[in-house]
Every structure is written in structure tokens, then in C-alpha cells.
Ligand binder design. Structure first.
Ligand SMILES: [Zn+2]
Length: 118
């Protein structure tokens, strides 16, 4: 169970790691300051990585508006469901909007099946 996390949280983690990757790349570039070309390449890669993370953050914002807001039945905090099954952001309680799946074991593959139907 613990290996699953809410989709929005997963994407947020991805965006955050891109920011770190960008800074590390730029930091590595400093070691190549003897070569303007190499340093520029690292700087550009770093900036691109940070720009990409900004784009991902914008994407999260758009996903959040599409996600369904619910009150988690387990911890009674507001959370968001993305797709057919998702997980509570606070307590990792599996949540579903599909009555057919209620009570079934949490399985991320339900999302893929739902996508194939569309
Ligand atoms: Zn919860």
C-alpha cells in the first residue's frame, strides 16, 4: 500500500526534483568555467530544467481544477480525486468515484482500464 501516493503529490515531487536537478546542473557548470561553451551548456540545461518544473507546476494547477474535491471518509480532511481511483493526500486512504469499485482492493490499473474505454 505504502508505495502508492496521491497522483497530485507524485507530480509535485517530480516537479520539485526537477528544480533540484536544475540547480545541481548549474552548480556542476561552475566547475567548467574554464570553458565558456561547456559552462553555458550546463547553465542552459539547468535553466531548462527549472523552466520545465515551472511548466509541471502549472500543469498540476490545471489538474487540480479538474480533480474532484471530496472529504476523506477516513481522516475527514478535504482531498482531491484525480481519475477513477486515487488516494487521500493526508492519510493515503484509497478513494474512488466509481460505485462498482467500492470496497475492492486499491489498484492503479483501474485508471488504465477507464482510459481505454474513452
Ligand atoms: Zn484521508
Amino acid at each position: 500500500m505504502a508505495k502508492y501516493s496521491s497522483k497530485i503529490n507524485k507530480i509535485r515531487t517530480f516537479a520539485l526534483s526537477l528544480v533540484f536537478l536544475g540547480f545541481i546542473t548549474m552548480y556542476v557548470g561552475i566547475f567548467f568555467r574554464s570553458s565558456i561553451l561547456l559552462m553555458s551548456v550546463f547553465m542552459i540545461l539547468g535553466v531548462l530544467s527549472i523552466m520545465l518544473s515551472t511548466a509541471v507546476y502549472v500543469w498540476i494547477g490545471m489538474l487540480s481544477t479538474k480533480a474532484v474535491k471530496v472529504i476523506c471518509p477516513n481522516c475527514e480532511q478535504p482531498t482531491k480525486i484525480l481519475g477513477r481511483v486515487d488516494m487521500c493526500m493526508h492519510c493515503r486512504e484509497p478513494l474512488t468515484l466509481d460505485k462498482d469499485l467500492e470496497g475492492k482492493e486499491f489498484n492503479e490499473s483501474y485508471n488504465r482500464k477507464a482510459a481505454n474505454k474513452n
